[in-house]
Design a protein around this ligand. Structure first.
Ligand SMILES: C[S@@+](CC[C@H](N)C(=O)[O-])C[C@H]1O[C@@H](n2cnc3c(N)ncnc32)[C@H](O)[C@@H]1O
Length: 236
């Protein structure tokens, strides 16, 4: 999703589709998906190959991974296997249909696709890992606290959040909306998330070079709890 998606050849995307669930659905139904790399994100392939991604036995079951806003599902399949079961979630039925078709040849026992709204979806279990790429930046900044609250609700207390941050700047509108590292920190830190590492994405595709960083986050061990508003409360 380069800036040109908004300001250049894909300007009609913004003119025709308002931001929101219907807008995303229409993008997929009409095949207007300029953000889709058509392949796994290279940084995801590197992450899998790095051996630093948890995988394997968790009390006799696989490590579970959620990819919210998975689109055509390339990263879902890339992250799956080696003891990981990955759920790709997207609000668009058409995206999930495409993802399911594309993934038909892969090992279907290690991933699944779900068409649902990230903000209201209620999975049976929380996840060990959540991987976010070009999802945070897809929402208006006013929705970022709600994004963080859902991440906290969907991730196990000792789980890991991995954000491949697309740091768009100079945008008059979105998506993608202007995004800086501090924007993640502002909504995640109050919920107890601590950034353990951050590095430039050296293998970003050409149009995104110099604009991406990968950060890995853990939550502090129970220093606080969430109240009903999703705000932190210090444990007594
Ligand atoms: C910019 S695209 C990125 C897709 C994918 N991560 C990729 O890199 O190709 C954002 C995706 O989020 C999905 N999406 C938007 N709002 C959503 C929501 N509330 N719940 C689930 N998916 C949503 C859209 O349908 C779209 O596929």
């Amino acid at each position: 999703m380069s800036s040109s998606v908004v300001h250049g050849c894909n300007k009609p995307l913004i003119d025709r589709f308002t931001v929101g669930a219907d807008g995303w659905r229409r993008c997929w139904e009409e095949g207007v998906t300029p953000w889709d790399l058509g392949q796994p994100t290279p940084a995801v392939v590197d992450l899998v190959n790095s051996g630093t991604l948890p995988g394997g036995d968790h009390d006799g079951r696989a490590t579970t991974v959620l990819v919210p806003g998975c689109g055509a599902g390339h990263d879902v399949v890339a992250l799956s296997g080696a003891g990981r079961f990955v759920v790709g979630l997207d609000i668009s039925e058409a995206a999930i249909h495409k993802a399911t078709q594309r993934a038909a040849a892969a090992d279907g026992n290690s991933f699944d696709f779900v068409a649902a709204d990230f903000f209201t979806w209620e999975p049976p279990d929380k996840f060990d890992i959540i991987f976010d790429y070009t999802f945070f930046c897809a929402f208006e900044p006013s929705m970022r606290p709600a994004w963080a609250k859902r991440i906290a609700e969907l991730l196990k207390q000792d789980g890991e959040l991995i954000t491949l941050m697309y740091l768009a700047e100079g945008q008059e509108a979105g998506p993608p909306f202007n995004t800086a590292v501090v924007d993640y920190e502002e909504v995640l830190n109050p919920l107890g998330f601590v950034m353990n590492s951050i590095q430039d994405n050296e293998v970003a595709v050409q149009s995104r070079k110099g604009m991406e960083k990968m950060a890995r986050w853990k939550r502090m061990a129970n220093p606080t709890s969430l109240n009903s508003a999703g705000e932190t409360q210090t444990s007594p």
